[in-house]
Design a protein around this ligand. Sequence first.
Ligand SMILES: [Zn+2]
Length: 1023
Amino acid sequence: MPSPLSFLALILVLLANLLHGSDLPAAPKYPPGAYDLAVSFSPSTRSLTATARITLPPATGLELELGDLTISGMLLRRADGSEVVPVAGPRGRLQLVEEKEQRELYISYSRQVDGTGDDLINPDGIVLLGLWHPLPDREMRFSLRAKLPPGFTAITESDHFPLATEGDVTIAVFSQPRRNLHLVAAPYAVSSREVRPGLQVHTLFFPEERELAPSYLESAAGYLQRYEQQIGPFPYNHYVIVANRLPTGLGLPTFTLMGRQVLRLPFIRQTSLGHEILHSWFGNSAEVAAAGGNWCEGLTTYLADHAYRADRGEAAADRKERIVTYLSHVNDNNVIPLAAFSSADHRQPQAEAVRAIGYNRGALLFAELEARLGPEVFTRAIRHFYDRHQGTTADWSDLSQAFSAAAGQDLAAFFTERLERTDIPDLAVEEIDVRQSETGPRLSFHLRQQTEQPFTLQVPVVVTTAAGTSRFTVTTAGGDTPVSLTTDGWPLQFSVDPEYTFLRRLAPAERPPVWSQFLGAEKKLAILQSEAVKTVYQPLLDALADASWTVKIADEVKVGELQGGAVLFLGLDHPLSRSLFARPDLEATGFSLDVRRHPLNPGQPAVLITSDNREETVATAPKLRHYGRYSRLHFTGGRNDLQQIAAADTGMSFVLDRLPAWAATTALRQFHDIIAELADNRVVFVGETHTSMADHDLQLRIIEALHRLQPDLAIGLEMFPTSSQKALDAYSGGDGAMDERRFLKASGYFQVWNQDYRLYRDIITFARSKGIPLIGINLDKEVTKTVFKTGSTEALPEATKKELPLDRDLSLPGYAERLALIHDMHQTAGHGNGPLSGFIQAQALWDEAMAEHIAAYLTRHPGRRMVVLAGTQHTRKDTGIPPRLARRLQLRQATVAALPADAAGTDLTATADFVFVTAAVTLPDQAMIGVVLQSQTLDGRPALTVGGFTPASKADEAGLRKDDVVRAIDGLPVSEMDDVRIALLDARAGGRIRVDVDRPGPGGAMARLELTIELVAPSSHPR
Ligand SMILES: [Zn+2]
């Protein structure tokens, strides 16, 4: 009976003989050691059986990882013919210590593929990417003999393709030492093309993709030619594009394995294929050294993905998108230095951040190098680097040396700064000044680095002048760099780093709101429109939500919570989203995603998502991760049919001066021409500066002229809230019984508006004379005041809240920014008026309410047109009432304004359709009695008493005394301040009025006196 040892040896040799043929070749004696693998498959049991023969050169030890392989036997044969059975240690590792003589190790094993992971063995195909053979801790030369199921074509790392066959055994030899082999086999269709003599490219596609082969072969040939020219000869004699049933994208030596689902996507052939082919040079030939960081993804991304965008003239856009993605995902809590990047797998935690560092920060390092050194030196350095390191390993210091040699300057500090530091440059521009010097106009500013430690940077500055553009490069290495640039013409505008030549923090205006900004946010609040839509959106939450997400139903969310971080609205038919974005103009069907700047928290994104139904969400959700760089997306049945990035500044941009806009005076037209044009509109907004009489004169002229053409006119007035409507109706449309004085009291004009009534008097009197309806469109003052102060509408009484417009759009482009500017001005001027969020909400509420009131009136009166009188900020056609009215009613509208003295021509086109050149008009000063009146209650009624006299007053000498009760002016009874303002409407300084007063006498008796008082000019006018 044979001993157990020799019995085992017998089995091993038998198996080896079966595959290798009877004459087993002598193992070659090269230094790396040889790894000869023989394998056969049983697709029906999803398993493989194999024998590995590893030839260890003299004086070499070895450690093998056995993973979950089922070992059936091991045998170590020494040069003297003696044999031992090695024993695997803990955790499936076999360790062989160094010995002087050459040894041969035989391992016989089997493996069952369970169908999880990327490996498979079944009657349709074989994919072996994981640990399917004992994995050595060092590189060895592999040979493979595989017995495949009939009809299968195989690919593995190999010196030649197609692989040789001997009967039913496929044979491959690969002379580049490696630690492992990958093996893929299936009933493939093979197509081939010659790139040049000695270099072939092939596709191994399934019959279903076969028609894609010619275009893939052509593209691959193009990439191979491109990189041979740029870098050096391709390291192999063939390259194979292999379709995989599983969704992989792998670049391996001599071949790439691509998921067949994506082969039809245009970007695979246009980008990914080139990227994987380039890995043949960088990654597979010049390999990443085990220690020292992965440089090859950054370099490959720069020379492939970025270069292809550059071919299309999108180099700067690509770099900016990479910076935006980096800023979205990388934060203080997950940042690692570029030097620490080794690989990015979608399954690892913080995969997006790691990827943004390894790929984007890496690519941007090379972009910065090329910008500094110029393309020629850059290419020379790349060729030099590859030439030195092909067929071996390299690390970042090798790149640093190659670039330093090509550039003729030591770049070690440049590399260290970008590889070791976790922070990135953060620039600010301050103290901007423009002066005319004797050598030309001079733009000066300070470039400040806001990082604790400054970087050494070369910062491009582009100045736009009246004569063209001038380019400069500013070198900064300290915290504060004074810059002085002499230009050809007067500088109008300048941009710092408009082409994004290096990774840096972006100014808020440069950063478009994009989807990755939400995905990378540390705190995310997802708001479901209602419990009922949960099933529609749940697949999205399942695909994306993690610990950084809070999911709530809209009814449970307080406005204050919105300001905490990034928000995502799932379904938009809820007052909460409608109070911020109204009903956005998204497609009604499919799946829409719209990223905006968070109106209440400008540094954060607000994302609006609507999905038609659960199926649309299911089809789209798993793909969304790949669309991070976009602001607006639409999918139908999971197919992307819209992708946009929102507009943002290019570079850190500063406007210095605006050339005035112009119009030829020959283009000036007569008043009545414009009226004909305005008459085509259902609503005409005529903006005003409230205190400008000229503006009110213009309003009246327009109303008069339009009314002559179209008597069915109404006038909408910002000056009156809807609560004044009864008084407005009685005055303009009534029987004429209400006089002006009672109208002013009943409408509460002076309570609400507090402007000289004479500014509006002619307009209102005209309307009354023609019976033109006057419509109050404003909100009650208390509402806006509360929102200003408390920062939200939550503090309003329920009844008031119900009357507010549901749809409020805070996200009109430029709206929040403009309001923030105004808010800042108020704050610095010391009229602090509550939080910015309240200010923005109150303003929007105001504009929306006026739009709603106008729309309501026009809906109730379909035959009417309207002229709307409101402040010029409200009548702006870009962000004021007009776009909000357009959202509610389809109608023609126009905005008219008098040309304000401080108008910048460029703004006028955004704010108005027509401008009028008007002459200044001043109202005569309103006269005063020159007394301080106090409101009191006497005998249960309101009364006014004299509290004192102004220095200019003539009331004192006319006999008026302190504590006199003023009862009437010119015969009109007065008891409140409004009465006095009404009584003095038409009074002039120097004129005389009769004042009836009651003077308290001894014992409480009142004596009635009649006094005649000369009026004086307001005391603010020294006269
Ligand atoms: Zn790659």
